[in-house]
Design a protein around this ligand. Structure first.
Ligand code: 0O2
Length: 228
């Protein structure tokens, strides 16, 4: 997420690298490969929905809401370009972990680890990567827990292992990340440096609020009711 997204510059760079025929082929190849990523998302979404349904029978539901998306072709090309990877279908498949993406929003920090545990215990999923940006926030203040999972998708004549990135965050972390993402993709905003500084301050306040809310919830939960 380092650089400001400049679609004109990206297209100029890609045009320099490829003939326009190659580029059209590449974009249609990306479009065709989307179906398999959608299937990967569907598999993991089903698992999360089952967990959500199961939680209806317990005291607390650790999942507030779930969002999903397949990365758009332009966003795929922008990320390949930003990371300096060669631009080809094979390279996209090898190098990008988040073409299929799911975001799980949790009420409390502890819920994030509960849901991550419940998912990673499932023996048909393989955990390829874990990144704990809650214990180790990014310098800009970004906090979330990321998992890259490999999920089997059964097609008519073969099985494909699809990589799906799951981002888990609290409601406040999600709100922060959405605003920060918008700022990154906007150009020529006045006082950008000041806004970045303000965002960092908000991230620190959110961290402290998330921790306090967790403590209050734990106190309420562990309070033994007096017998009447
Ligand atoms: P977009 O537009 O949201 O899709 P990796 O190969 O996994 O090691 P990667 O993909 O850079 O390298 O990993 P990382 O840091 O886990 O980031 C993956 C995604 O997490 C990003 O995808 C964002 O969605 C989110 N993310 C990471 N850092 C930040 C941040 O500082 N701010 C915000 N708002 N989101 C962040 P994309 O493709 O960069 O962006």
């Amino acid at each position: 997420m380092g650089q400001i997204y400049n679609s004109k510059k990206l297209m100029d760079d890609i045009a320099r690298l490829q003939s326009s025929h190659d580029l059209i082929e590449l974009l249609s190849g990306i479009q065709q490969s989307m179906a398999i990523y959608e299937s990967g998302i569907q598999e993991v979404l089903t698992k999360l929905e089952i967990l959500q349904r199961d939680a209806r029978f317990s005291k607390h539901n650790p999942i507030e809401s779930i969002k999903s998306r397949v990365k758009s072709p332009m966003s795929i090309l922008e990320k390949m370009h930003r990371k300096g990877f060669p631009i080809s279908l094979e390279s996209i498949k090898t190098n990008l972990n988040d073409i299929a993406g799911i975001r799980v929003i949790c009420p409390f920090i502890e819920d994030i680890y509960t849901v991550a545990d419940m998912l990673t215990r499932q023996d048909d999923l393989k955990v390829l990567e874990k990144k704990d940006y809650i214990q180790n926030p990014k310098p800009n203040g970004y906090r979330s827990y990321h998992l890259v999972l490999s999920v089997p998708v059964f097609l008519s004549d073969h099985k494909e292992l699809v990589r799906v990135e799951v981002q888990l965050r609290t409601i406040a972390m999600d709100c922060w990340a959405n605003i920060e993402h918008q700022l990154k993709y906007k150009q020529n905003i006045p006082d950008q440096a000041l806004l970045i500084q303000e965002l960092k301050r908000c991230a620190d306040e959110i961290t402290s609020t998330d921790l306090s809310l967790q403590t209050i919830r734990d106190l309420i939960e562990h309070h033994e009711e007096e017998p009447i």
